[in-house]
Write a new protein. Structure first.
Lengths: 307, 136
């Protein structure tokens, strides 16, 4: 099960002098649902377009299902599904016309029954024109179009952006159903960490075009820790500990963000620094992500001064 | 057998521990008894809308803890407590946790008799339930 279905090597993209993706070395094993996360403008959409061969890299390369992204033959493309950001579909087409159009790219593998069932489940009519659908309904059509060809690799660019909780859940269900078919792989970008936590077993974190993490979600959850050291009188400016990402000082405390540091090490560090007590604070995935991608020496947004 | 599992993403607790904690508790409370079959991994994953690997991992953790055993091809079953081995390390951990708990309670100003009463009351929530359910 460790076969790689998506791989990038030194993948780099400049827009003019702006560096969007910086030497991305990524590999996604077959059979995983991979949550692709990063802040706005981190380079997620650019990276996805490069992977799909929709953009030319400045340097570096990427392969999908063992084929160079820049030279994907139709036979390979047929095994890959792609959902664009914002679910852009031809507005003038009816659902039927769109299905026919899309099906022509996936001969022999289009699941008519699945498509029809999903459209019915969503209470849509195949005669409706795309331009008369709401955002949520367009997203539902887009989900049905993505799942009907039963893709071996499904790449979705922020598919749940702006959708209500119920439609978001349908997307997640769709992903779970697809992944349970043998050998399917999904990469999806999202800003909703709760969704990523629910369905993904792998997380890829990108920040300012740079790959910051590519591991199992569980490893990430276990690795990023927050520790509060409390001191009696003297608070040192810094402490020396392996895996230190951020160190913030308040009146009597030091707040440390650590990556991959064992609890024993934390205890030893607290002892050496002369802390009165230390607490390992449990964080949820969202907090972990925010701390992990926070710029160095960032301060709190607000500072209320008491008058 | 019927248990209700509640998954909250966004919690401090990873999803697989949410699963193991709730299933362990259902076993301790007797809502799941020896020989009961856990839902198949794929079914539970689809129902809870979570990654099947997460469910599989939770089942493995439960199996390592000796709470369930997996028979290849037929499923995962609640194991017999008499056959579960208790390791010295587990007992050690348990006493450590009790110490933390007692320290906390005493520091909150709860005295020893109250603490014992509290403990008994909580324990009844487990023991009685398991006996009642067996009668049904």
């Amino acid at each position: 099960m460790s076969e790689t279905v998506l791989e990038t090597k030194g993948l780099t993209k400049y827009y003019g002098s702006t560096l969007a993706v910086d030497h991305l070395d990524l590999n996604i094993p077959r059979g995983s649902i991979c949550g692709f996360v990063g802040r706005n403008a981190a380079g997620k959409t650019t990276a996805i377009k490069l992977m799909l061969g929709l953009l030319k890299p400045t340097t570096g390369s990427s392969t999908l299902l063992g084929c160079d992204s820049q030279q994907l033959r139709p036979a390979i493309r047929r095994r890959i599904g792609y959902v664009t950001e914002g679910h852009r579909l031809f507005r003038w087409m009816t659902i039927t016309a769109l299905e026919k159009f899309q099906r022509s790219f996936f001969p022999k593998q289009w699941d008519d029954r699945l498509f029809a069932d999903m459209i019915e489940y969503f209470q849509l009519s195949k005669r409706q024109k795309i331009k008369h659908l709401s955002n949520g309904q367009r997203a539902q059509v887009s989900l049905a179009l993505a799942l009907a060809p039963n893709p071996e690799l499904l790449i979705m660019d922020d598919p749940t952006l702006g959708l209500d909780a119920a439609i978001r859940r349908q997307f997640l269900q769709g992903m779970i159903e697809l992944i349970m078919r043998q050998g399917r792989t999904i990469l999806f970008s999202s800003h909703i960490l709760g969704d990523v936590e629910r369905v993904a077993d792998r997380i890829v974190v990108i920040d300012k075009g740079v790959l910051r993490a590519n591991c199992s979600l569980e490893q990430f959850r276990a690795a990023v820790k927050k520790v509060i050291l409390t001191f009696k009188d003297f608070v040192p400016d810094e402490v020396n500990i392996a895996g230190l990402l951020h160190c913030r000082r308040t009146e009597k405390q030091l707040e440390l963000i650590l990556v991959g540091t064992s609890d024993d090490r934390i205890a030893a560090c607290a002892d050496t620094a002369g802390a009165e007590e230390y607490n390992i604070v449990k964080m949820n995935l969202e907090d972990q992500f925010i701390e992990y991608t926070a710029p160095k020496n960032h301060r709190r947004l607000f500072k209320w001064e008491e008058k | 057998m019927a248990i209700w599992i509640q998954i909250s993403p966004g919690s401090n607790e990873p999803i697989y521990t949410q699963l193991t904690r709730q299933i362990s508790e259902a076993i301790a409370k007797g809502r799941l008894s020896v020989g009961d079959k856990l839902p198949p991994v794929r079914k539970l994953a689809a129902e809870l809308v979570i990654n099947p690997n997460t469910v599989a991992h939770a089942y493995t953790v439960l199996e390592h803890a000796g709470l369930v055993n997996t028979k290849t091809g037929s499923g995962t079953f609640i194991s017999n407590p008499k056959l579960r081995t208790t390791h010295a390390a587990d007992i050690n951990l348990l006493t450590q946790r009790m110490d933390t708990f007692i320290t906390r309670a005493l520091n909150l100003g709860i005295d020893a008799p109250d603490l014992i009463a509290m403990f008994k009351h909580r324990l009844e929530g487990f023991v009685n339930k398991s006996e009642n359910e067996k009668k049904i």
